[in-house]
Design a protein. Structure first.
Length: 193
């Protein structure tokens, strides 16, 4: 059998000395910072603050981190406005979170308050209330058999945990209970559940 000559023997050539090939981090702080940021951005988008925190945790000097993060922003690899918009879209439609909960999550991710306001401002009140109605409709069946007040507390509490205002939560739950034939005449109009 003829030996293939286009593949080098494992023993031939100098041993590999590349840090990347050995799985070692680069020594230059800027190179390390770029590698860290690229690795973190590979899986999921991140905010500038999240990346800055990761670089700080890995003891990258702050001036180097600032330089690398600014460069990543310049080339569009970091974009907190786009991150906030995508976060609002995803978490509102996927988990049913309201403006208040979305703003809280974005604050914890280090997004600027102006960008947060713009991102959550995309949700109009009608869309937010429609999502609240859908959430209540999904949960309503699991509360059957409970007394009306307990159902009201569970459903309104679920909406409150997702960031919906108390008045909207009560209005949506009252309507859903009325549609099921429950009497809601003696319930307070303005909240107080």
């Amino acid at each position: 059998m003829a030996r293939r000559t286009d593949w080098p023997d494992q023993d031939s050539g100098p041993p590999s000395s590349s840090r990347a090939e050995k799985g070692e981090p680069p020594q230059d702080p800027a190179e390390r910072a770029r590698a860290i940021c690229l690795r973190l951005l590979t899986g999921t988008p991140r905010t500038r603050k999240q990346l800055a925190d990761a670089l700080h945790k890995r003891e990258i000097p702050s001036e180097v981190a600032e330089e690398v993060l600014s460069r990543f922003e310049d080339v569009g690899l970091i974009n907190d406005a786009a991150f906030a918009d995508a976060w609002v879209e995803s978490r509102h439609h996927g988990r049913g979170l309201a403006r208040r909960a979305l703003a809280r999550e974005l604050r914890t991710k280090g997004v600027d308050s102006t960008l947060i306001e713009e991102a959550v401002g995309q949700l109009d009140p009608e869309q937010e209330e429609e999502t609240a109605r859908e959430l209540v409709a999904r949960k309503l069946r699991s509360t059957r058999g409970l007394d009306r007040d307990r159902r009201l507390r569970r459903l309104a509490g679920m909406l409150a945990r997702k960031g919906y205002p108390e008045s909207m939560a009560l209005r949506v739950v009252r309507r859903a209970l009325e549609e099921e034939g429950e009497s809601t005449e003696d319930l307070p109009e303005d909240g107080g559940f």
